[in-house]
Design a protein around this ligand. Sequence first.
Ligand code: MV4
Length: 677
Amino acid sequence: MYPAMISPYVLQKILIANRGEIACRVIKTARRLGIATVAVYSEADADARHVRLADEAVLIGSAAPRESYLAMDKIIAAAHQTGAQAIHPGSGFLSENPKFAEACAASGLTFIGPPAAAMRAMGSKSAAKTLMAQAGIPLTPGYHGDRQEPAFLREQANRIGYPVLIKASSGGGGKGMRVVERAEDFEAALASCQREAASAFGDERVLIEKYLPRPRHIEIQVFGDIHGNIVHLFERDCSVQRRHQKVLEEAPAPGMTPARRAAMGRAAVEAARAVGYVGAGTVEFIVAPDGVFYFMEMNTRLQIEHPITEMITGLDLVEWQLRVASGEPLPLTQEQLQIHGHALEARIYAEDPAKGFLPSTGKLTHLASPEENLHVRVDTGVEEGDEIGPFYDPMIAKLIVWDASREQALARMLQALAQYRIVGVANNVDFLSRLVASPAFAQADLDTGLIEREREFLFATGAPIPREVFLVAALATLLREEARARSEASHHADPLSPWHWRDGWRLNSRAERRLLFRAGELEKAVGVRYVEGGYTLALEGRETFARGELGPNNTLWVELGGLRLNATVVVAGERRYVFLYGRAWHLARIDPLYHSGEGGGLEGGLLAPMPGNIIALLAPAGAKVEKGAPLLILEAMKMEHTITAPVAGTVKSFRFAVGDQVSDGAELVEFEPEMVA
Ligand code: MV4
């Protein structure tokens, strides 16, 4: 749309004061524009993707954000040390801190973001609302002044009319909010809100607003330059949230009329103008079911969900930020900006939806992402083999899709989610698939309560597992056994080895075998018979001819009767992660023989079945134990789980001590099975 070139005298090298996907995102554009990049990193991020991608990287401190990604002095020193001229703060960390913007300016560095005064003006929710009221921006009816006497606030609540919402003035992210339905409950709610605000924000002041039921969260992307131009880049609908965390975002907002878009866009531009805004910003509105909108707050940074705006406008917002920071005028005028098609973003998180979205830590032992193309974009800060640690946001990636219409974009999203294969941490991919497929979301019946309301559908458990899942798990086990045996045989270079025969002689060629799998409480046995060119697999009395081939990266090509499927099966100890039909199933192989080696279950020792705390070690290291002997107790989700010896053998060592936290799948015990004759 315009030349990808930037004034070469202005920005030659920038430092990115952030980590993870947003740091990688900024590096990508800087590189395309010929600008050198400097990453900063904490000790926990020594091997992180943003460090590997950047031209240079500077270690700034330990894992705790205060010591590294929030340490202004260290970051500014790193910029001077490397000769960077400007600092991009990314999103989060220091990105909305006016003191950091000022510190950059004071040491001769360009802060790639808005002026400190604009950040400060929008930083206090109540002061921002007063300012916006003066600028004529619509606000929810309410009181956001300085007076805080309970009797006065109660009078205000009566004037506004119930239900009202009490919000902490310094709050955000939904913390310190109370809905009050009746006047007689006001005083108690006020007191509890003030207590929470004082302890969470060190500021007990509150504001009172008319409570709007079932609102939508619609935000407008704005951009300003130093020449006084301000445009908006349309809206994003971020209504689908879970406890004030965005889950799915889309642009444009379903049901938005051109007239309302223009009105909201104008209001957002006026809001930005009122604080002298420069750079990328977002003006957040809540929108009542009738479409009436009210200013909520302004985010003075580039937001996580900016890619959906990029997809529908065809623009690179980081490029705009860099141009604006270089003093260039905005590349396009309001009239030149247009919406093309529909974009959705889903946030892929290392968290467990079944356990209240508890963050999950661990190593990404297997990570296959959807293929990127004109319709699919993956912004990520991690690769297979990386660790999702406890120190930072557990986001794995943002998955962004685009198509001509919302319906097509939804289909793209489902397809792309189905291609995700993640092993090593719990994740929300299946949850997101159900969310996108839910009737409420598909019909764009959006508001901030959607996830709560659709719980039954979204957390549906106990759906039957397709028989193909067990058959594929069995087939993967058999094919791997064969591959291993073949490679062992090939080392013996014995021309008479049975592996060189082609007459159906097979490993384990006893007439019949049973492979046992467990999925939660459910146990299934798959009977195996070796037949010409494959196997006959029996499940619940039904026999199916099966054959297949192992592909790269744990993929598997399968034929089951007349059905051909592509699957991925990842083996970790006794666990089997089966990816089939766009979903993930977790099975455990129960091997009564527990011979070591492939499929034997003891590869890598005994693994934690879930994240938890070690509360007792029940056998001394070095002890010889019988099958079933209790080895240790793991406490997880307020329950105790005793880990027992799968077979007779020796406890070589414990990997953890009492009191240690362990992640899902961590090796707990180094265990040597007794030789089975
Ligand atoms: C509201 C509201 C209803 N009425 N204000 C939540 C976080 C904060 N930024 C504003 N929030 C809300 N303010 C009035 N007068 C409902 C919410 C709200 C919400 C807003 C946006 C996105 C998700 C939300 C989830 C619950 C409540």
